[in-house]
Design a protein around this ligand. Structure first.
Ligand code: SF4
Length: 377
């Protein structure tokens, strides 16, 4: 089983905290869509005959594509890959694009899951983040998506922002529950280099994020989510009735995936590669059939470290017996030695699984560090 990620590198506005690759100049959108279709054809051997069971159209803002552009991308996917009949097909969208008319169009495509970038239901937060939508659009987009017949919907929310008080965060969570959708991705606001937010903090125009408030809001989230019968299945992901994001789960389970479009990453089990983070260079290279990506082979230690980072963020944790299948005795011995001295208060080791306790998932990196191989130690 494999997944395909397609990156749509366009946004209406640059959100102040975002370091993903996107352009707010939409003039070459049509050309990039054509190049994506060509890349889908060029890369068809990357995952060979593996059955594709997830497709994720992310960005950027994929809801900026019209129905014709989306259908032509799906045509290229279905023509070149072996896609499962039950594939999970997700589109990321922003509330200001997701009008009822647009959602009806999306319903005519193979998309069966929406991930909506809400971030907050408060104008103050949305303005601070420079989001393109307002609070009313955030609610309407979700209601419209449900009315049109999308029953698998996730929204993104951000906590810990300078403008988000604990009361506002509580209200955001209540609004989410009232909307009765089955999946939430909730992230703490992180300050990424070279973003407008990082710049404003460095200039003293905006205060830095408050780690204590961040953690308080994380605990509020965990508490509220449990009371409402949701399950935290990954550090930032929560769902009801096991409606896990299959695509993101496959990243955490180290399954192969093909990344298409500017800046997209791919993984084939032994190497990673990433496409150029520039729309013009990507277009030129696809047109001229020249190289548009870099590639690095993964050593066994790289693979072990990635395995720790991704597995320990999830509720499934590490299957200790599986370690012997995936890694050499050198890695397994190292892991067993480290397990003797690890801080046991943050983990559960039962039924042969090593899992970080949910209250400590926010600090899962500390557990990862304890288990890593550090040649300088
Ligand atoms: S819409 Fe999403 S990808 Fe675009 S700038 Fe905002 S956060 Fe980044």
């Amino acid at each position: 089983m494999a997944g395909i990620y397609i990156h749509i590198p366009f946004c209406k506005e640059a959100c102040s905290y975002c370091d993903f690759h996107f352009s707010t100049k939409l003039t070459n959108k049509k050309s990039v869509v054509s190049a994506i279709e060509k890349e889908l054809e060029l890369r068809s051997n990357y995952i060979g005959k593996e059955l594709v069971d997830t497709i994720y159209i992310g960005g950027g803002t994929p809801s900026l594509l019209n129905e014709v552009e989306l259908q032509s991308i799906f045509h290229a996917v279905l023509h070149n890959y072996n896609v499962s009949e039950n594939a999970e097909i997700t589109l990321e969208g922003n509330p200001d694009d997701l009008t009822k008319k647009k959602l009806k169009e999306l319903k005519q495509t193979p998309i069966n899951r929406l991930s909506i970038g809400v971030q907050s239901f408060f104008e103050e937060d949305l303005r601070f983040m420079n989001r393109a939508h307002n609070a009313a659009e955030a609610i309407e987009s979700i209601q419209n998506a449900k009315e049109v017949g999308f029953d698998s919907i996730s929204i993104d929310l951000i906590f810990g922002s300078q403008t988000t008080t604990n009361e506002m965060w509580q209200k955001n969570l209540e609004t989410f529950f009232e909307l009765r959708i089955n999946h939430l991705s909730a992230y703490s606001l992180t300050i990424e280099e070279k973003t407008a937010l990082a710049h404003n903090i460095a200039k003293g125009k905006v205060e830095n994020v408050d780690d204590e408030k961040n953690y308080t809001q994380y605990l509020m989230l965990q508490n509220a989510i449990q009371l409402q019968g949701f399950e935290q299945y990954e550090l930032s992901n929560y769902c009801k009735n096991e409606s896990y994001s299959k695509h993101n789960t496959s990243y955490w389970q180290s399954k192969n995936y093909l990344g298409i479009g500017p800046s997209a990453h791919s993984f084939d089990g032994t190497s990673r590669q990433w496409n150029v983070r520039n729309n013009s260079l990507y277009l030129k290279a696809i047109d001229n059939k020249t190289s548009y990506f870099e590639k690095e082979g993964l050593t066994e230690i790289d693979r072990y470290h990635e395995f720790l980072i991704t597995s320990l963020r999830t509720k499934w944790g590490i299957n200790v017996a599986e370690l012997k299948v995936l890694f050499s005795p050198f890695i397994v011995d190292h892991f067993n030695r480290k397990m003797l001295s690890i801080n046991k208060s943050t983990i559960d080791l039962s039924n042969k699984y090593l899992v970080v306790k949910s209250a400590y998932l926010f600090q899962s990196d500390d557990v990862v560090r304890e288990l890593m191989i550090d040649f300088n130690a």
